[in-house]
Design a protein around this ligand. Sequence first.
Ligand SMILES: N[C@@H](CCC[C@H](N)C(=O)O)C(=O)O
Length: 284
Amino acid sequence: MTRSIKFTKMHGAGNDYIYVDTTRYPIENPEKLSKKWSAPHTGIGSDGLVLIGRSDKADFSMRIFNADGSEAKMCGNASRCIGKYLYDYKLTSKTEITLDTLSGIKILKLHATGDKVDTVTVDMGIPSDEPVNYDGKGSKPMTEHPIEIDGIRYTGTTVSMGNPHLVIFVNDITKADLSSIGPKLENHPLFPDRINVEFAQVLEEGKIRMRVWERGSGVTQACGTGACATAVAAFLTGRAGRKSIIVMDGGTLTIEWDIATKHVFMTGEATKVFEGEMETDEEL
Ligand SMILES: N[C@@H](CCC[C@H](N)C(=O)O)C(=O)O
């Protein structure tokens, strides 16, 4: 039986996902759908699929699937876009929304002009050191440690923003060959759940250029959790203060690590690209 699913394509700083309201269009197999629809030539083309749903713990829920179909626990850019989606489509009139994610409940503060949201601030919670298999003897998590790939030594800082990140500071980001080194770092044995990889260069005080290789999606134009991890790593390694502007290929985010609450706050734009409808005869 053919079924029709309405979707909205949105991006945050160029990180583009397909958004589906599952209260109207329940999706049984999001892993398969994300892979199919994310494909650039045969699908819609995107960095993945985001499902918006109900929650008994918060105002709404979010599930995020990478382009390879794997599910992630958190997505910074998608959480901002969901804020815009909910408000612009009048699914809420609140300008403060709680969002249930696999990495806990996040608070979104919507900044609107009239009936449309321009930017969103997300309380991204407290960063942690989850991604490293730390046995108490080797390199300490949330500090810099060396990783060797093809005989080249990289120094990275691991930070979890609900999902895992490895932040590598370099002197010249234009020399970072993301497509070649990204998959090798993503799949390094140190990271059994794979990892998102950020190359970063401090441009000036409080301003950092960052490029990202995302777990499950490859090179993307921006990563919200990656921007937060970069700002946290920059602070921890003495490269920046508590507030940084992170400049990525597709846009800029402002990240502040609050000293009192230890929470990271991310602010940036959210943009609707287009709406569409896909017909499918598969079990999705
Ligand atoms: N682009 C996202 C993160 C998406 C998930 C990530 N690839 C993972 O597997 O952890 C963001 O904006 O945070």
